[in-house]
Design a protein around this ligand. Sequence first.
Ligand code: 5GP
Length: 203
Amino acid sequence: MTEEANLQSEFTGKLFLIVGPSGSGKGTVIEALKSHYPGFLYPVSYTTRDTREGEKEGEVYHFVSREEFERMIAEGELLEYATVHASDYYGTSKKEIIDALKGGAVVMREIDIQGFHSIEKIIPKENLVSIFMKVSDEDDLRGRILRRGELPEEEVERRMKSAKKEIAQADSCNYQVENVWGEIDTCVREVEKIILAEIEDLY
Ligand code: 5GP
């Protein structure tokens, strides 16, 4: 058995990845899960992007310089990483996630589609669940991106482009949940139903 296969056979937990375009409600779903299920693990990712208003270091992200991020890549500290919206690096901590899965934890992380594709090559199917958050249509998507705050037109177009790329790959996820505008509670309930059914066999 290879070292990697050996490691994986020790996993007793499950990693849930919440995937979907910018503005599809991934962050809101994770926040709801945090308050309803404080016993799950919510790993903090690393990013080189600037902090937004109201964001605190270490809550959703560790904000690091490009030099520090590149050091982490070089030293193999990341389970996966990607350049998102053609600008900043985002990546998940290898140690935190591997240790949690070995310890039997239920782990929740939002991630872009590239990160999901990297992780599905590393984490066995039985320990990984991917949930894609769908939006109604292109107008809905644009509206959501615009409502997130003042963004230069160029940035809106960049997000629309990466969103379309993500939507085209939605079928590669285990589940798809539609987030109808104004009905986030229904969407959260649907995600929770999926998670509860998926973790039944862990206990
Ligand atoms: P935001 O800057 O709006 O918080 O996130 C931008 C995008 O990066 C979102 O699609 C989000 O899901 C994704 N993202 C957040 N954390 C990670 C991560 O650790 N790895 C990867 N590959 N993408 C991430």
